[in-house]
Design a binder for this molecule. Sequence first.
Ligand code: FAD
Ligand code: NAI
Length: 476
Amino acid sequence: MSKQFDVIVIGAGPGGYIAAIRAAQLGYQVACIDEWKTADGKPAPGGTCTNVGCIPSKALLQSSEHYEHAAKHFGEHGISLKELKMDVAKMIARKDAVVKQNNEGILYLFKKNKVSFFHGRGSFVKAVQGGYEIKVSGGKDEATLTGQQIIVATGSSARALPSVPFDEEQVLSNDGALRIGAVPKKLGVIGAGVIGLEMGSVWRRLGAEVTVLEGLPAFLGAVDEQIAKEARKAFDKQGLKIELGVKVGEIKAGKKGVSVAYADAKGAEHKLEVDKLIVSIGRVPNTEGLNAQAVGLQLDERGAIVVDDECRTSLKGVWAVGDVVRGPMLAHKAEEEGVAVAERIAGQHGHVDFNLIPWVIYTSPEIAWVGQTEQQLKEQGVKYKAGTFPFLANGRARALGDTTGMVKFLADAATDEILGVHIVGPYASELIAEACVAMAFRASSEDIARICHAHPSLSEATKEAALAVDKRTLNF
Ligand code: FAD
Ligand code: NAI
């Protein structure tokens, strides 16, 4: 006998678990299925984000930042340490404990919201009267469920280079990169994207010599050029070696390390010898375990589930959200889609504004942005005004001892509506929220410029950048 539910969610990453909770809040009987397990086989809901993504990477970024501060900056504050030591095993154990807290938090939230959790792989069996039959197998729970509405939120996995599989010992995906047991002397990274820069920063701070090889000729091509240039300057100064426009050739992983043959931007051949190699060249959607063909669910050539603007798939009553569909692969994008889908199922008007999804790269300096870049506005022929304010002129940044970077505003030349905000510098991840709120309310740069911001705070740099649009900064 199959168990009946109004809504079945497959995947308990940020897209799935949030969709399940929102659907339960709206009064539905909800099941959420997830197959992720800990090394000892226990359920570990939270998906990539919680287990091998956002949360553990930020835990390691925090630990390594503390270490770098202690090594390089405590002295400026008059603090001296006799002997600074890094216990990598303890750092990894702390990261694992943070992950576990989040896994447990999600199980608690399921209980609180009366979401039935099933551990195992969820796969389509067949369409039935008024819904779909889903089989759960391979985990702690074996079951057959029937749901009127199905939300697929199965996420994504790291893309490997053809002919170089991940062994997670020497050739590492994000998974292995988050549990390196000792600081490698030399670390190679392929792909200067978000993971490459974040994970490269962690191990560089702890003492590894890090070389990042990027295929494209431009650094962080999707980021506002002025901001990317400023970030690049800071990374160069820190000693993070980044080579652009390379063509990666043969990669050989042996007992002693990994050798990477590549041609540089001028075509000269090189060999990079490293102890470990992180391959971070993007991610592929997880659809292979769904048995999508059993019900005729349409996938595209990348294996992603085809959806419309509102996350409807090719099948009535089947929705898909997060990394498994088009759009940026970000946890908060997945969450917003999950909420919107649950609300659409309930006949409400769930909405996600793709122009207002912020991006953050948690390096030091942090890089954050929302809306359009200057190069996009130029391409679109939009007339705009730009205003920037450097953290060097911000009192709080000076007190923090971190004056790298700037805040940059882009506003419509005629109406002054904010079109984009770009930040490189301390706590950019937190500062960007003000820009998101302002843009959601379609504020003008003058609106921000006229709002009282606490002193001394980094947010004053945001106000000053807004003032700069009208060429009237007060502190620069
Ligand atoms: P996922 O989180 O991938 O969850 C999908 C879940 O479904 C998994 O638990 C999977 O096991 C399960 N599953 C798959 N198939 C089945 C099946 N058939 N049956 C049952 N279960 C199944 N994003 C940010 O916004 N901020 C960050 O700081 C950030 N940092 C990141 C750092 C790293 C190293 C990585 C790799 C990613 C990072 N991301 C970050 C991206 C973020 O993790 C993803 O965008 C997000 O996890 C996508 O959520 P999701 O719910 O779509 O999928
Ligand atoms: P990415 O798309 O950010 O970067 C991949 C990089 O690899 C690109 O610059 C690309 O040009 C390069 N590349 C691709 N193939 C290559 C090759 N053969 N040789 C050399 N370079 C090559 O992908 P990444 O870093 O793997 O991360 C995946 C996704 O995870 C991100 O796009 C993001 O959506 C998400 N993520 C988000 C984070 C955040 O929000 N802070 C942190 C980490 C990941």
